[in-house]
Structures are given as C-alpha cells and as structure tokens.
Design a protein around this ligand. Structure first.
Ligand code: NFS
Length: 662
C-alpha cells in the first residue's frame, strides 16, 4: 500500500485527520480529494449569469473564438467572474463592519448597555479623521457621531469614502486619476453586481478597473472601519501570551469554541465565562471550569485582546469537534462549514448558530441581540455546560499546544519603536534603508484543503525571516505560524537572518508579527502608510520594498483583500491556479495594466519556491529603485547611532591625521 500523504503540517490536526480516516469519518480533506474542481469553472471560463447558459467558453483558441450565447468573449466572462468575487468579498467584510458600527451606536446611546467605549484615545483619533468635534463632549456623544458618520459611508452616493484621505497623498492622486475612488461601500458593491449582469459592462479592462474600485471600498472602507470600531469597543491590542492548537481542549472543563468573524458576542462570552454564578453552574455539573477556545477570525479577535487560546483556522473546525471534547461550537458569520453540523452528530457537540444571516439546518439557533448581549452569552454557556454530562469517551484527544505572542496593532508597533512620547516608524525605516531588514512581507489568508494545510504559510514565513524580511500576518496565516511555534519570539529569532534578528532584539519584537483577523489587514495598509510618511522609503505605498501573499487562499474575501493591496500599490502573490487562468488577456490586465496604472499587480503562482523567489526579487527591485544599499546578508550600511566617547576620540584621530606628526 502506498504511504499515506499527510494532509496537514499542523501536527495535532494531522493526528486527528488520521484518526478520522481510521474511523471512517469524513472531513473537508476527504471531500476535496473526492471532488475534483470543475476545470471550466475553476479557470474562469464558465458563465452562468443568465439562463441562456451556463456557457462554457472552451476549445482551441477559446480566448479569440469562444463565445457565449449572447456573444460574450472569454476575457469578458473571466473578468466578470472576478469582479463578482471581489464584490462578494467586499460585501462580507463590509457587512461585518456595518454591524460593528451599529453596535458602537447602540453602545453610545445606551441601547446596548453591555458595550462601552473602551479606547477613548482611538475614538478621539477617529473623530479627528472624520472631522467630528470632541472638545467638551462626552465620549458617548463623540462615539454616537462617529458611528453615524461611518454608517453613512455605506449608503453614501457621491464623493469619496472618508478614509481615502488616510492614504499617502500620491496614492490618492493615482486613484483619482483612474476614477477608482469609492463613493460609498454599498454603491460600489451594487454597481459591481449591476455591471456584471447580463449585457452591461463588456470591456474586460473596464471590468477589472471596477474590481480595483470595489476592493478599495473594502480595504479603506469596510475592513478599516471594522478594525477601528472593534478597537474602540474592546481595546486596541497589545502583545499578549497565549496558546495555539486544537490540543488546547481540556478534559475536565466545559470546552466552548467561538468560531466565525464578528467579535461582539465572543467578547460577551469571554466576560460572562468569568462570572461566579456561571462558574458555579459548571462545577455543579461536574466540570472544573469553562475553557473558551477560538476558531478562525473570531479566535484572532479574542486572542489579540484577551489571550484566549486558538484552536486554529478554517480547516480545523471539523477536527475540533472530532476531539470529542467540544461541548459547543458557537458560530456567527463567514467561513463556517456546514459540515460541522454533520460532524457534530457523531459526537455530543452542539453547533449553535447566532446570526439570522447564517443559519444551518439541524443546528441549534440562539439569536444574538446586542441589546441583551450578556443574556444571550449566558444562555449559550449554560447550554454548553448542560451538555458536558453527555460527553463520551470517543474522539481523538491530543494535548499538545504551542505558546505564542500576538497582539501587534499598528499603534503598538509605533509605540514599541520609541515609547509613548517618541513613537515612530523611524527605526524600522532606518533598518530597511541600511539593509538590516531587506523588506516586509504580509502573509495572510486562508487554508485550502487542496494544499497541505499550513505548509505554504509555514515555509514562506520561515524563508522570509531567514532572508531578513520582516513578516506581518493575519487570519488563518497567523494561526498557521502560531500553531507551528513560529510566534514564540525566541524560536523565530533563532531562525531569522542576522540583520532582522539584531533589529528585533533591539526593538524587542518578534520577527513574525501577528496583526489580527482578516479585517485587520487594514492595519497593514496603515503600517505601510506610516512607513511612507516616516520618510526615506519613497512617497507612495508602491515604492516600499514590500509584498503581500495569500498562499493557501480559498475565499472571495481573500480576493477582495488581495485586490485592495494591488490597488494600494503592492505586488500581491496568491497560491494555486488563477481563477482567471483561462484568459491570458485578463491575466495581462491584472499584471501589466494594473501595474502601469496603480503600481501593484496580482499573480497566481502554485509553487511556493517560485512565490518566494519572485517576492524577494520584487523587494530587491524596489530597494534598487529607491537607491538603497544593496541587500547583502550579514552586511549592513551605516545607521545613525549614538557614539561613545571612545568612538568619538577614534574618529577625531582619523579626521586629524597630521596631529602627532613632527
Ligand atoms: Ni479570512 Fe478569517 Fe481564514 Fe480565509 Fe476565512 S477565517 S476572514 S477568509 S479562511 S483567512
């Protein structure tokens, strides 16, 4: 018998997958093997936007000759499909942001009494950006206006969304020149759906420019709003210790998995799980306590702010149930596999849906309502506690975990480089200019069962830091690094190149920084903007020696993120085949046309070694364009440094060589 090919680089996950295979329990890994993707849809050559089709634009010379019933060409079909995916990703992040804005509003008006403004400094900063007066006003008054102004951004019909002005000036001009400044979030999403409807926009270039525009409504709109409001309500993250792995489930406690994307209910669960009455209730039912465990981006939110352990990302959701230790999996919206309900039927786990937007047949539904948030949280915890007695011996129980440090908001990165009074990006920029740090790589995005879980994330993160590239990571990419142990600063520092290591040790930060959930990719935009403003690395994001990668992506949200990084001027590499593989014209637009117009481009590269090589080449090309010192491992340029008296004397001798001569 041929040796079994491992499905995951996450050791604990791999053990559970093997156990599940032996038990005949099905997972996404099995389904991915059984169900090969349809090659026509996979490559973007299938049009199903009207009922004359679906039309398959295939055959020799399909690019030139294939036509749908209406006459649509392959580039039109591929570009339309792509734009629809980016619009859907934008809609998802932005609808999440809308809910956050309404929670802030209700917190400010007292309608949602369980929520408060926690970070007044951040509220003030946001109020200033939105030109909302703060002088002599209560935080609730300011928060109400901030929330209303942000809610307005969704339905704004004309003008520019408010956060566009946070981008570097030159970037804003690029967007205006090409007419891709978003007017309002909902307007761009609706227009993208309209334009891709049968018989409207039939020019591939025009469609692809619309993709840039709608994605900007995501990056500088939905994602950024969501990050900022979440920080205001629950606090701006600072470094925190935690543990990662499915192995975090406890045998003698009630394990509750909080899974999904919106942090509001999960935050309440965290608070309520510490109430003496709830803990007493758990003890009465025979458990020693309540063990909260995060999953997917909800995990990142509660990990960053409370150090709640993470059981991992997208592909670990069925596996967490297969430990037999999960009393409840509470879900809200996004990245929830319907398969978890099937998996839960084989164990005692209750899957609890909490959003009317995301119900699953046969799951328990407890509707979340921010006006009585704690009450709902208590109801969920009680249900989980009641279920503890139903636990059986079945399940794959592994108890290995990896410690990590997470919680690097852009505010904290600023702070760690200079303290409260001299916070700045100067040390980072100087280190890049001197060649100690070669550049910056953002490794983000999903897992996909068609790729060995975490393997590309892990490989790239390590290779980048070995090559003196600072890594920032979010979403399931961050889970991958955490589970592999690469977010233990001492482990990562051992592997980092000499220049990066020296800088990280001096500043006191790890070489792989966990920046949060997927909406927190907006923190990368903010960091890039700070680096531009700090000076010495050009005057636009497109000048920075930086790249973005989503090596194991699967979600439309990942495409929206990748596209807004391109629109912001970055070179972005996605793993696997391109969703527009069938059309060389659309691939040309994504690379040549986009690069020439906005300075960024999007490529799909299945081989991680090629991804790494091209990313490093790009970083070096940008260094060269900035006329920075050529990167040579272990050899750095001169940086500004405080001199000791001894150094100064040596220098004085050198500069006065005639002294001492007769
Ligand atoms: Ni992002 Fe976060 Fe993960 Fe992918 Fe899903 S959890 S929002 S979409 S799978 S990174």
């Amino acid at each position: 018998m041929a040796p079994r090919t491992p499905k995951s680089a996450d050791k604990v996950a791999e053990e559970i997958i093997e156990w599940a295979e032996a038990q005949g329990l099905e997972t996404a890994f099995d389904r991915a093997e059984k169900l090969k993707p349809c090659p026509i849809g996979h490559s973007g050559a299938c049009c199903k936007i009207c009922f004359m089709g679906p039309c398959r634009l295939v055959g020799p010379d399909a690019e030139e000759t294939a036509r749908g019933v209406c006459g649509a060409t392959l580039p039109v079909v591929s570009a339309r499909n792509f734009l629809r995916m980016v619009a859907a990703g934008t809609a998802a992040h932005s609808d999440h942001a809308r809910d956050m804005a309404f929670t802030l509003l209700e917190a400010a008006t007292g309608e949602a009494p369980d929520f408060k403004v926690r970070d007044t400094q951040k509220l003030k900063k946001l109020a200033d950006i939105l030109e909302i007066p703060t002088e002599g006003r209560t935080k609730e008054e300011v928060a109400k206006d901030v929330a209303l102004k942000i809610i307005e951004q969704f339905g704004q019909q004309k003008g520019e969304i408010a956060f566009v002005k946070r981008a570097p000036k030159k970037r804003q001009e690029v967007w205006r020149k090409w007419g891709i400044v978003p007017r309002g979030i909902d307007r761009e999403v609706a227009e993208a759906l309209h334009r891709t409807n049968m018989g409207v926009d039939q020019d591939p270039e025009n469609l692809m420019m619309a993709a840039l525009k709608v994605s900007l409504a995501d990056g500088w709109g939905g994602c950024m709003f969501s990050t900022d409001i979440t920080d205001i309500l629950f606090g701006t993250p600072r470094p925190v210790r935690a543990q990662a792995s499915i192995g975090i489930m406890k045998e003698d406690e009630v394990n509750v998995v909080v899974h999904g994307h919106e942090p509001t209910l999960a935050e309440m669960i965290v608070e309520v799980s510490q109430e003496p009455e709830i803990l007493e209730y758990a003890r009465q039912k025979g458990a020693k306590g309540i063990n909260l465990v995060g999953m997917c981006c909800t995990a990142n939110e509660v990990l960053m702010r409370h150090g709640i352990p993470t059981a991992g990302g997208f592909l670990n959701q069925e596996l967490a149930i297969m430990t037999g230790l999960a009393e409840a999996v509470m879900v809200d919206v996004q990245c929830i596999m319907p398969a978890i309900v099937e998996a839960s039927k084989k164990f005692h786990t209750k899957v609890i849906t909490t959003s009317y937007k995301g119900k699953i047949k046969d799951a328990v539904h407890i509707q979340y309502d921010e006006r009585r948030a704690k009450e709902v949280a208590r109801q969920i915890l009680r249900l989980a506690i009641d279920n503890y007695a139903n636990r059986t011996a079945s399940g794959s129980r592994v108890h290995e975990t990896s410690p990590l440090i997470a919680g690097f908001s852009h505010e904290y990165i600023d702070y760690m480089q200079g303290g409260r009074f001299r916070a700045s990006f100067r040390p980072l920029n100087d280190a890049i200019m001197a060649g100690r740090i070669r550049g910056v790589a953002g490794i983000v995005g999903c897992n996909n069962p068609r790729i060995m879980q975490d393997s590309y994330h892990d490989y790239l993160a390590i290779e980048f830091i070995k090559n003196d590239v600072l890594v920032v990571t979010t979403g399931c990419g961050a889970h991958a690094c955490a589970k592999a142990g690469y977010m233990r600063p001492e482990v990562a520092l051992e592997m980092a190149g000499p220049g990066l290591r020296e800088v990280c040790e001096a500043i006191g930060c790890p070489p792989i920084l966990h920046l949060g959930a997927c909406v927190d990719n907006s923190r990368i935009l903010t960091i890039a903007t700070h680096m531009v403003h700090e000076g010495g690395l050009g005057d636009d994001i497109s000048d920075l020696p930086a790249v973005g990668l989503a090596p194991e992506w699967m979600s439309e949200k990942a495409l929206a993120i990748g596209t807004y990084f391109v629109a912001s001027g970055m070179y972005v590499i996605f793993g696997s085949e391109s969703p527009v593989e069938a059309s060389s014209e659309v691939k040309r637009i994504m690379t040549e046309v986009w690069e020439q117009r906005v300075g960024g481009k999007l490529e799909f590269i299945p081989d991680p070694e090629v991804m790494l090589r091209k990313a490093l080449e790009h970083i070096d090309k940008k260094r060269e364009a900035l006329k920075l010192r050529k990167y040579e491992p272990g050899r750095f340029g001169v940086e500004r440094k405080l001199m000791s008296m001894e150094d100064r004397r040596k220098l004085e001798k050198l500069s006065r060589p005639h002294e001492g001569l007769k």
